[in-house]
Design a protein. Structure first.
Length: 461
C-alpha cells in the first residue's frame, strides 16, 4: 500500500527552506531580488485583503497577486464551490462530451457582455490574448496586429509580439508581424490601417504599465476606424475587467464601445484555479470553427476544467451578491481623492490617476535644490529607484504590500482586492503620507536605502 501523502507534514518539515529551494531549482533571480529590497518575508496565512506572518503581524495587500485576487484570498463562497465540485467526482475533461459548467459560465459572462455571443476558455491571460490574436487573423485573413506603445498583454510568443516593453521582447525574436501605435493617437492608427493588412488593434482600456487610461473618445474613434477598414477591436480586460475600474469592463466607461473580442482572466479564477476566457462575436467563432474537421483547430488541454468553471461561477455570483463592482467604484474614489489631495502638498508627488481600484501614483522631479540633488542621484543610477524607495518602507514600516508599476517607471500601481473597505483605504493613505513626509524631510533611513539601491543598480550594469 502506498504511503499516505501528508501535505501539512511536508510543509512543516520543509517550508522554512522556501527561499533556498527557489534559489536552487527555480528562477534564482527572484530570491536575490526579494532579499535586495527587503521583501523576503515569510507569510503564514491570508484571508481577504490581509496576510499574517509567523508573529501574527497583519499586512495589507494592495497588490492582489497582480490582480488575480479580486475577491481577496480564500473567499468562503469560492472555497465551498471548489469543495463541492471535487466532492461531486464529475467525469471531467473526457474531451468528447459537453459538460454543463462551461456553458453555464459562458452564459454568465456573456450576460455582462450583451453584444458578444461565444466564449473560449483557456488557462491564463496570455492564453486569452493568444486566442484573440489567432481568431482575429483567421476571421480577417490578415496577419498584422497593432498594439499601443507601453502595452502589456502577456509573455508567450504571440502576446509578446504585442508587448510594448522592449525589455520583455529582447532576445526572443522573431515575433509575429506587429506595429506599435501611441495610445490615443487616432491619426497614427488610421495611417497603419490604410496599408490594408491589419487584422486587429489590441488595447488595454487602462494600461497596467504606468496606469495610463485611453483618452476620452479614443476607443470609440478606434472602433469606427477599424470597422471602416474591416479590422477588429480586441479589448484586453485581463487586469481591468471584472469590476477593477468600477464597471464590469473598463471599456464600458466609454459609451458605444463594443469590442469584437474581449480577453479576461485573473480575477475570474477566484485566486484558486487558473482560467482565461476570450469572448467574441458569433461570426468570428464560425470562421475559426468553420467545419467538422476543424472542430479542434483551437483548444486547450485543461481549458473548461470543472474546478476552473466552478471557481468562475462562484466569483460571478459573489460579485453580484456582494455588489463588488460598486464597492470598487466607491472605495476607489475615496482612495484616489485622498491621494490627489496630497499632490500639492508634496513636491515629489507628481500625479494620481486611474479608475476604480486601479490607481497609479507618479513621482517627479522636485523643485527644491536639496531634494532635487537626491532625486538626480537616483535617476542617474536607474530610473524607478525613488518609487522603489517608497514601496520598501510601505512594507517594512507599515506592513502594506505594493508594487512599482513597471521597469524604469517612477509609478506605484495600486490594484488591491476589490473587497477592501474604507478602513483599508485610509490605512494606505495614512501610511503613504508618513512615507512622503519622511522623504521630504530627508529621513535618513529612507535615503540611506536609496543609496543602497544606487549601489545595487550600478553593480548590475
Amino acid at each position: 500500500m502506498a504511503k499516505e501523502f501528508d501535505l501539512g507534514a511536508l510543509l512543516a518539515e520543509r517550508g522554512a527552506e522556501r527561499y533556498e529551494l527557489h534559489d536552487r531549482h527555480l528562477n534564482h533571480q527572484l530570491p536575490r531580488m526579494l532579499r535586495t529590497i527587503g521583501f523576503d518575508k515569510v507569510y503564514e496565512r491570508a484571508e481577504g485583503a490581509h496576510f499574517w506572518d509567523a508573529d501574527g503581524n497583519d499586512y495589507l495587500d494592495m497588490l492582489a497577486g497582480f490582480g488575480v485576487m479580486g475577491l481577496g484570498r480564500h473567499h468562503p463562497v469560492v472555497r465551498k464551490a471548489l469543495h463541492d465540485v471535487l466532492d461531486a467526482s464529475l467525469p471531467d475533461l473526457t474531451r468528447f462530451d459537453c459538460a454543463p459548467l462551461p456553458g453555464l459560465l459562458a452564459e454568465r459572462l456573456l450576460a455582462a457582455s450583451p453584444h458578444l455571443d461565444r466564449v473560449f476558455f483557456g488557462n491564463s491571460g496570455t492564453e486569452a490574448v493568444e486566442t484573440a490574436l489567432k481568431f482575429a487573423r483567421r476571421a480577417t485573413g490578415r496577419g498584422r496586429v497593432l498594439y499601443c506603445a507601453h502595452a502589456f498583454h502577456g509573455l508567450t510568443t504571440g502576446s509578446l509580439s504585442v508587448n510594448g516593453e522592449a525589455g520583455f521582447r529582447d532576445g526572443f525574436g522573431p515575433l509575429l508581424p506587429d506595429t506599435a501605435v501611441p495610445l490615443g493617437d487616432l491619426d497614427a492608427l488610421a495611417r497603419e490601417l490604410r496599408r490594408g493588412d491589419v487584422a486587429a488593434l489590441i488595447v488595454e482600456p487602462v494600461q497596467g504599465k504606468g496606469v495610463h487610461e485611453a483618452p476620452p473618445g479614443y476607443l470609440r474613434g478606434a472602433q469606427e476606424l477599424l470597422r471602416r477598414h474591416k479590422a477588429l477591436l480586441i479589448a484586453d480586460e485581463v487586469q481591468t475587467g471584472l469590476g477593477r475600474t468600477g464597471k464590469f469592463y473598463a471599456y464600458q466607461h466609454e459609451e458605444g464601445v463594443e469590442p469584437d473580442l474581449v480577453c479576461v482572466a485573473k480575477a475570474l479564477s477566484g485566486g484558486y484555479v487558473p482560467v482565461g476566457a476570450t469572448l467574441g462575436r458569433d461570426w468570428i467563432f464560425r470562421k475559426v470553427y468553420s467545419s467538422l474537421d476543424r472542430v479542434l483547430v483551437h483548444s486547450a488541454s485543461f481549458g473548461s476544467n470543472a474546478q476552473a468553471m466552478a471557481a468562475g461561477l462562484a466569483v460571478l455570483a459573489v460579485m453580484e451578491d456582494e455588489e463588488v463592482v460598486a464597492n470598487a467604484a466607491a472605495v476607489g474614489e475615496r482612495l484616489a481623492s485622498r491621494l490627489r489631495a496630497l499632490v500639492d502638498r508634496y513636491e515629489l508627488l507628481a500625479d494620481v490617476r486611474g479608475r476604480g481600484l486601479m490607481i497609479g501614483i507618479e513621482f517627479g522631479r522636485p523643485r527644491s535644490l536639496r531634494l532635487r540633488s537626491r532625486w538626480t542621484m537616483l535617476q542617474a543610477a536607474r530610473k524607478g529607484l525613488f518609487a522603489q524607495m517608497v514601496v520598501v518602507p510601505l512594507l517594512q514600516r507599515h506592513r502594506i504590500l505594493t508594487q512599482v508599476s513597471g521597469d524604469h517607471l517612477e509609478v506605484i500601481k495600486l490594484i488591491p482586492p476589490l473587497i477592501i473597505d474604507t478602513a483599508d483605504a485610509d490605512r494606505f493613505v495614512d501610511a503613504f503620507t508618513e512615507v512622503m513626509e519622511d522623504a521630504h524631510e530627508g529621513g535618513g533611513l529612507m535615503w540611506d536605502f536609496g543609496r543602497t539601491l544606487v549601489k545595487q543598480a550600478v553593480a548590475n550594469r
